[in-house]
Design a protein around this ligand. Sequence first.
Ligand SMILES: Nc1nc(=O)c2ncn([C@@H]3O[C@H](COP(=O)(O)OP(=O)(O)O[C@H]4O[C@H](CO)[C@@H](O)[C@H](O)[C@H]4O)[C@@H](O)[C@H]3O)c2[nH]1
Ligand SMILES: [Mg+2]
Length: 222
Amino acid sequence: MESVEDLSLGPCTASQYLRPFRLRYRQNGISKIWDFMRSHDSVSILIFNTSRQCFVVVKQFRPAVYMCEMERKCPQNFERKKQETWNPLPNSLPASVGVTYELCAGIVDKPELSLEEIACREILEECGYEVPLATLKRITSYRSGVGVTGSKQTLFYAEVTDEMKASEGGGQPEEGELIEVVEIPLKDSMDFAYNESFPKTMGVIFSFMWFQTNVAPNLLEN
Ligand SMILES: Nc1nc(=O)c2ncn([C@@H]3O[C@H](COP(=O)(O)OP(=O)(O)O[C@H]4O[C@H](CO)[C@@H](O)[C@H](O)[C@H]4O)[C@@H](O)[C@H]3O)c2[nH]1
Ligand SMILES: [Mg+2]
């Protein structure tokens, strides 16, 4: 999983996933401009396996995270004069600097499906569990990337057991997804959440804390 080669950087003015725009407006009499991107809304799911008392999260290579590290270590690769065409990049950083721990998640790109249906499909595709639609619990929704995309992410909670495991998960290879399923034992989860040596999304940290307040007290009573 963690081998990334033949990197090259090219321009992207718009794509199926990102459309950049500039908005001109007047706020309280002051003229302003703001650059932003339109992208898909998304769902993410906190998965807790009650048989194993662990959270089920995913780990994957994120080009955007990798390229943040690339710019920090080798800023010359982002020089503007080179941006008009494809430019080879040195293999100077290990792929591991772009790998993050995340909740199982997916973009909302099928208008005919409900958020819950999309969430259940993502759980099966990425983590291999067959979760009944009605057992999914909506936690809340929030805006991610308010400066750049402002897209809405809706967070769900799913309890699973080993019996619900239907496949290995790992994402859809035909879409280029390469996902590692990782189990975080409940007892280690708060240390994991705050350990900065495991790069992760805010969704992981927030949802683990939500679990401590809303689910863990009920588990202890059993
Ligand atoms: N972004 C992109 N660029 C491409 O060039 C590009 N080329 C192909 N794709 C395809 O888009 C699909 C994206 O996969 P998911 O639907 O599982 O969505 P996630 O990537 O998991 O993203 C979610 O979860 C993240 C973590 O919580 C959040 O940050 C996001 O907001 C949230 O949407 C895959 O089939 C991938 O092959 C691209 N996707
Ligand atoms: Mg995903």
